[in-house]
Design a protein around this ligand. Sequence first.
Ligand SMILES: Cc1cc2nc3c(=O)[nH]c(=O)nc-3n(C[C@H](O)[C@H](O)[C@H](O)COP(=O)(O)OP(=O)(O)OC[C@H]3O[C@@H](n4cnc5c(N)ncnc54)[C@H](O)[C@@H]3O)c2cc1C
Length: 414
Amino acid sequence: MSIKKQVDVLVIGAGPSGTIAASIMHKAGLSVQVVEKMLFPRFVIGESLLPRCMEALEEAGMLEAVKAKHFQQKDGAKFVWDEKVCDFNFSLQFTPGWQWTWQVPRAEFDKTLADECEKMGVAIEYETEVTNIEIAADGTSKTTVKDKNGNTELIEARFIVDGSGYGRVIPRLFGLEKQSSLPPRKAVFCHMTDPKRSAASEPNRIIIYVHDPKTWIWVIPFSNGNTSVGYVGDPEFFDKYKGNQTEVYKQLIAAQPELAERFGESDMIWEPRVLQSWSVTTETFFGNGFVLTGNVTEFLDPVFSSGVTLASVSAQMAAKLVIRQLNGESVDWKTEYMEPMQKGVDVFRTYVNGWYEGTLFTIFFAENRNPEIMSQICSVLAGYVWDESNPFVKSHEKNVRTLARYLETTKTSV
Ligand SMILES: Cc1cc2nc3c(=O)[nH]c(=O)nc-3n(C[C@H](O)[C@H](O)[C@H](O)COP(=O)(O)OP(=O)(O)OC[C@H]3O[C@@H](n4cnc5c(N)ncnc54)[C@H](O)[C@@H]3O)c2cc1C
């Protein structure tokens, strides 16, 4: 097979991690080619962003294009358990940084980023799938890609950024996949019309409902008038609901009083979708001639909306290191990339585990919450998980555990 193209960097996938990395590297003068398996716009889940991802969008030069789409602004997140409410407002967060972000239908958001990337001059080949990669000892690679007509071609690159999300191209091809420590969970979700939205007390606010201690629900209103509603829980939770996906989803809507009230008469925009067992990780986040970004590294759980933010920050961080390496500087990928990314993921892991173990319920739904502590936790939920001046980042595990134990034993306010 002849070599079709020679580029500095081949980026696999045109999701947020791929296009943010591609834009930053292109702006630094590298020649970048993106290959994307699907035709955009394409559906992907992950609609609630965190303020920290705004910094990555800004550095990639994409912020204005996204602003122009007038997506629903997100100023915080509200957690509701029966009568108890825990409302985080990003303007009260501990870490200096962005105090808002967006709730986005991802098909449109991802297409906006990809179009902006192309406008800057990055070539994106859609409906083109990576099927094989060979990397030489000097790190240069030959990647086989297959287009929708079955034609195959080779792309030679000095470096590969794998942002293939759930496709997990390099971990699969190179046998790097590793089991996650998190148990498998399942989600059933749909986009709904929302005619009763204006009757809600905060119509456009994202709400997380605790359905039962192991099952929760997201309600993410969009600026187009539709709202994303999804259940997440142990796979067994869903066994008691019988019928096809639409029938099961209708029963789920009826099973939570707030949903029944607001969405009982809504229309489904498409047939409800199901996703299961998404938590997976890899042995390493980098190797000779490649780096993994976004979901390919590790995706934990949707409860704190960390996915797109970790994808954006990893892309931002990786792109800058690729630029340095291809400009002849030495890069220590372990200490400069994998360890900091792992650290951010580990902070979220503590909160995800705390959520499912119930520790976080004790903290979130305590009667008189300490505003200083809640502002520190708010920064974690805003995605500022690298701010070591925040005690709930620096000593995340210990402080979450200690605070919950204190609240449990005293059963008073903090
Ligand atoms: C139930 C659920 C709910 C979620 N909710 C949220 C949320 O509210 N907020 C949030 O931030 N995150 C959420 N996430 C996580 C979110 O989906 C991901 O973290 C995010 O999409 C990762 O972005 P990415 O750029 O890494 O990958 P993706 O957005 O998945 O993009 C990867 C791209 O690579 C392409 N690709 C795959 N294989 C190949 C190949 N062989 N060749 C070429 N291209 C390829 C794909 O077509 C895709 O377009 C949720 C996840 C789940 C499971």
